[in-house]
Ligand binder design. Structure first.
Ligand code: ZN
Length: 139
């Protein structure tokens, strides 16, 4: 019986047989895994956490090369330490970000400044008023 907040999934019988064999072992008992859903939920959670963690690490590594420098009404300036260049990202009235270095609105520089919300929020908490366009990156 599948409840309102549940879904059923079909697995090949071979893998289910192996899963059932595992569940019947002492090892599974020691791990507190006594049913198919328990094992599968644990595996899925671990898998998703691993993937998310790996993505975060890759992102952080990419962003290690960037450093926030300055912002004004229509621009955010960052330092790209890899090329040792100052990169300006223009922000138009509709909140679209465009990197003047890459002439792209989806490059790593733009992705980086979109993660700067913490830094920008700190600026906010000091009482300095942020231009409306930048408010969009803080949310
Ligand atoms: Zn760029």
């Amino acid at each position: 019986m599948v409840g309102e907040n549940q879904s059923s999934v079909t697995f090949p019988s071979g893998i289910i047989k192996r899963l059932d064999q595992f569940i019947s072992t002492e090892k599974a008992d020691e791990m507190g895994l006594t049913s198919r859903p328990q094992v599968l939920i644990m595996l899925l959670r671990n898998f998703l956490e691993q993937v998310e963690e790996a993505e975060k690490n890759v992102r952080n590594k990419e962003f290690d090369n960037f450093q926030y420098i300055d912002k004004n009404d229509h621009k955010v300036v960052i330092l790209d330490k890899f090329s040792n260049k100052e990169i300006t990202i223009d922000i138009d009235d509709t909140g679209v970000h465009n990197c003047t270095n890459c002439t792209d609105s989806h490059c790593l520089h733009v992705k980086y400044i979109l993660t700067l919300s913490d830094a920008l929020n700190q600026v906010l908490s000091t009482g300095i008023e942020l231009p409306e366009k930048l408010m969009k990156i803080t949310t």
